[in-house]
Design a protein around this ligand. Structure first.
Ligand SMILES: *Cc1c(COP(=O)(O)O)cnc(C)c1O
Length: 457
């Protein structure tokens, strides 16, 4: 079991303290904890997760958040500013993602990528509810598990299409063969989380049009960087709402939108599709109730901070960050290609993934971990992924990557017969997960939330 964090230095609160602590003491503790954890990514050696990584920017967002942190956006009569922020976040995102091609596009601000995807799945189910009793959708295997989760929650069967192992793009023929009368929508990623590859959106759109069904493009990761990558010439394919057949697209403001964690935008080509998924209860004794999404109360601070990030950076700010990230990613990929035993999967973009041909790539990971790198582990096949974010664009990180990767490859080649340590946790089990894996995962999740020691010992 993971030891209870910081139990040796700070008291563990098992019950609400009778007398509260001083604000200065509470803040000092928080500052101490944060200052010890931030160095894990400040070095630029951590894949993804810290998209901006610029403390001045975070301070700015936190200040924007603070003016409205206490406001509940449900009470709009008290906060017309929330309506302004939300409408402008949606409008700016729609514009960025090609909604001008449609006469009546609309959007929804949600709490994150999983929520945007869930709302898209719900909208396809609800807008087809009269004709289809047992709806299904088809997603590429590489599309995010949030689709499977949403399917599970909302009773939509999620059919999983294989991807071409060479291109890491969805197998279009498989999708075409598996569309049936109950299929309400298809899914494509721009780009997917695992490999950073973009599915053939134009072809999926064509198929969706032929079958008169929806197509959701998951741009949770790429939505705020690929449009700028395309402007700069790093991306040569179309992937947004301007592509015929695309009916919705998700884009996470809390990733490459450089806003605070807790917001994402779901864009719809047609307002009617968005409006199909509202839930409201007009006859509740507590009053007439309606909320646009799954959340009830939401902090006005998140809308303010997201809006602040967008208008402060502007197109030129996003474009410049995108340029640095794409350039750094290309250089890091060149460093991988320099090694014959490593192979980059598909044609990636700002995010890339690689596997090894003569040994388990987790041996490379074992070594890189010792040098302070934190890559994301993948399976089927075992691979490592690096989502390049702003922290990697700092001076010196690329050079460290080149040196450490070369040393890691030498280590892996020398230990090709040894089992990789990190592979035992992150790598794939031949034949797929066992029932024991199931138990283990439930145990890990419970341990993360309950921390039995805090409650019982
Ligand atoms: C992060 C991500 C999601 C899920 O978003 P959350 O904000 O983590 O809920 C979905 N799709 C892709 C491609 C992502 O990268």
């Amino acid at each position: 079991m993971v030891p209870f964090p910081y139990a040796e230095e700070y008291p563990v609160h098992r019950v609400l303290p009778e007398d509260g602590a001083r604000r200065t003491d509470v803040l000092a503790q928080l500052e101490d904890l944060a200052s010890r954890e931030d160095p894990t990514w400040e070095t630029g050696q951590c894949s993804g997760t810290m998209y901006c990584g610029d403390h001045e920017h975070y301070d700015f967002l936190n200040r924007a958040f603070s003016y409205f942190s206490h406001v509940n956006t449900l009470q709009r009569d008290m906060c017309p500013s929330a309506t302004k922020f939300e409408a402008e976040i949606i409008a700016m995102t729609l514009d960025l993602l090609g909604a001008a091609a449609h006469t009546d596009p609309a959007g929804l601000v949600t709490s994150g990528g999983s929520a945007s995807i869930a709302h898209a799945v719900l909208a396809y189910r609800e807008s087809n509810a009269h004709e289809v009793q047992r709806p299904n959708m088809i997603k590429p295997e590489t599309a995010h598990p949030a689709f499977d989760k949403a399917g599970h929650l909302f009773g939509v069967e999620m059919r999983v299409a294989p991807v071409d192992p060479r291109t890491a793009q969805v197998d279009l023929d498989w999708v075409r063969e598996h569309v049936d009368a109950n299929t309400v929508a298809l899914v494509g990623s721009a780009c997917n989380y695992g490999y950073g590859t973009i599915d053939p959106i134009a072809e999926l759109g064509q198929l969706a049009l032929e079958r008169n069904i929806g197509l959701h493009v998951d741009g949770c990761l790429g939505g705020f960087i690929l449009p700028f990558g395309r402007e700069l010439g790093y991306v040569d394919t179309d992937f947004d709402l301007s592509v015929p057949g695309v009916t919705s697209m998700s884009a996470d403001t809390h990733k490459y939108g450089y806003a605070l964690k807790g917001t994402s935008v779901l864009c719809f080509a047609d307002r009617a599709l968005r409006n199909s998924q509202y839930f409201y209860q007009p006859d509740w004794s507590g009053g007439k109730y309606c909320s646009p999404g799954m959340d009830g109360s939401r902090s006005g601070g998140l809308l303010a901070a997201t809006w602040a990030a967008m208008v402060q950076l502007g197109r030129s700010g996003y474009r410049e960050y995108a340029r640095q990230i794409f350039e750094t990613s290309a250089a890091m990929q060149r460093a991988v290609r320099a090694h014959e035993s490593l192979r980059i999967i598909g044609s990636p973009s700002f995010l890339f993934s690689f596997t090894a041909t003569d040994y388990d790539v987790y041996l490379v990971n074992d070594f890189l971990r010792l040098r302070g790198w934190r890559l994301n582990g993948q399976q089927y096949p075992n691979a490592l992924h690096m989502a390049v974010t702003r922290p990697q664009t700092q001076p010196g990180v690329l050079e460290r990557w080149e040196t450490d990767l070369a040393d890691a490859v030498a280590y892996a080649e020398a230990h090709a017969d040894a089992p990789a340590q990190s592979g035992a946790i992150y790598g794939g089990v031949p034949g797929g997960p066992t029932p024991e894996t199931d138990d283990l995962i439930r145990f890990f999740m419970a341990d993360m939330m309950d921390h039995q020691q805090a409650i019982t010992d």
